[in-house]
Design a protein around this ligand. Structure first.
Ligand SMILES: [Zn+2]
Length: 120
């Protein structure tokens, strides 16, 4: 995986946001679609599923949108302004916790080096 830290955070936020929109649509349209469901399915199933999807995606955004360098949760700070900034206006350039430049390449997860294997 390559790309900048900014791209990484943007893609995570937008993915969570897409699921949240889907959940919101299920809540909104679930009531209308419930009348066409078979009788074995409870009427509240679609809106409930939408609510769970919506809430789950918001929680996922809080938990999974993290700075790749310091692992701080960015969901409540810079995630939304970063993912949905179009055109002019001030732009978030640094992680508020560790100060890493968001346009730097994303750090790769460190795999243990084969020479450090203690079992050898
Ligand atoms: Zn950071």
């Amino acid at each position: 995986m390559s790309g900048t830290i900014r791209d990484h955070i943007k893609s995570r936020v937008r993915l969570c946001f897409a699921f949240a929109i889907g959940g919101w649509l299920l809540i909104a349209l679930g009531g209308a679609l419930a009348s066409s469901l078979p009788d074995s399915v409870p009427r509240a199933a679609l809106p409930l599923a939408g609510f769970l999807l919506f809430g789950g995606s918001l929680l996922a955004m809080q938990w999974t949108v993290r700075c790749p360098k310091c692992k701080a949760k960015l969901g409540q700070t810079i995630a939304m302004p970063l993912a949905f900034s179009w055109g002019s206006g001030s732009k978030v350039n640094f992680c508020p916790f560790c100060g890493v430049n968001l346009d730097e390449p994303r750090p790769q997860p460190q795999a243990p080096a084969p020479s450090q294997n203690p079992i050898k």
